[in-house]
Design a protein around this ligand. Structure first.
Ligand code: ASP
Length: 325
């Protein structure tokens, strides 16, 4: 009798919460760790922390961020692929997770097979920027300097397959000239070096560059979207004469593949709850970054989208013939 009564009591307490959008019963029994594959202070870290914060409120459990950097995010991804699949170790990664499937031929995990995608989180334009005293005033000027000086110029990025490295690759293709790459553990240290004038060029998410563009601590030339980006006083690369510079960077959340479905459902719901919060939306708006819509922040959409992104990057990387190993 007693257990039944307890069940009835639990059911009646829960009843008002159920119905449409009913909550999965799973709850994490210890703090959740979101593994961020790039350095603190960069876009993946900034968005990852906003998401962690909101998810913590939704889950009633602390959600902490751990930065595990290096090798374009593949070290962090390998760590999460092999973590205990109990819903308390997650990965927050970007477009580079999809390109790594082709770029790295000996990954210790399978991009499509080792993870349960939980939902997309955000999307941001890339911006083409330089040190403050770079000798150009517009994108045509940048391309002319690149064509003239080639590998005497330095291009910062976060490792092979990082979003800013892929964008830098587009830039070099457009110019038909290779630059000298300088690799960092994330966007935050590249910006520091750019402001100090020790790196010449960078192509990174608006999330990261906008605060420094506003303060004129770096110079901006173009955004890599087909249409101008409200809040960013830069022409599109196409309008500035370089239509092949097209790219945006998405971020998404993953659990290890064997994580139980009810944990994945609950974590995905917590992601959507985080994306609804005003504080996250205001902060992302200030960083000219779009939060994912509720439809995109689902397991189904993200699973499909990741497969499409892997397929989209494969021929591009194969044609370039440049692999990370
Ligand atoms: N923004 C970097 C990239 O483009 C990574 C980061 O620091 O978030 O890959």
């Amino acid at each position: 009798m007693a257990p039944n009564r307890r069940n009835l009591l639990a059911a009646s307490l829960a009843a008002p919460l159920l119905g449409r959008g009913a909550r999965a019963a799973w709850a994490p029994d210890r703090p959740v760790t979101i593994t961020v594959p790039f350095a603190a202070g960069g876009p993946t870290d900034v968005i990852g922390r906003l998401v962690a914060d909101g998810m913590g409120r939704s889950l009633g459990q602390s959600v902490v961020v751990e930065n595990v950097t290096g090798a374009g995010g593949t070290i962090a991804a390998a760590r999460v692929a092999n973590a205990r699949p109990d819903g308390t170790t997650l990965l927050f990664h970007h477009i580079g997770h999809a390109s790594a499937a082709t770029l790295y031929r000996r990954l210790p995990y399978d991009v499509l097979g080792s993870f349960a995608p939980l939902g997309l989180a955000s999307d941001a334009a890339m911006t083409i920027v330089s040190r403050p005293d770079f000798p150009a005033t517009d994108l045509a000027g940048v391309m002319a300097v690149i064509k003239r000086d080639g590998d005497k110029l330095t291009l910062g990025h976060s490792g092979l397959g990082a979003a800013n490295q892929l964008c830098g690759m587009l830039l070099q293709h457009a110019a038909g000239t290779a630059l000298t790459s300088v690799v960092f553990r994330g966007s935050a240290p590249v910006i520091t070096e750019l402001m100090a004038g020790r790196i010449d060029l960078f192509c990174d998410q608006a999330t990261n560059t906008v605060p420094f563009l506003r303060e004129h601590r770096i110079k901006g030339y173009a955004v890599t979207l087909p249409q101008p980006v409200p809040g960013l006083d830069l022409p599109t690369a196409a309008d500035a004469g370089e239509p092949s510079l097209l790219m945006s960077t998405w971020h998404g959340l993953y659990a290890p593949k064997a994580t139980p479905a009810e944990a994945c459902d609950r974590l995905s719901e917590a992601l959507r709850a985080a994306l609804r919060e005003d504080r996250l939306r205001e902060r992302l708006a200030d960083l000219v970054t779009d939060p994912a819509s509720p439809e995109r922040a689902t397991r189904e959409f993200h699973t499909r989208f990741l497969a499409e992104e892997v397929a989209r990057w494969r021929p591009i990387i194969q044609a370039a013939g440049q692999y990370a190993d």
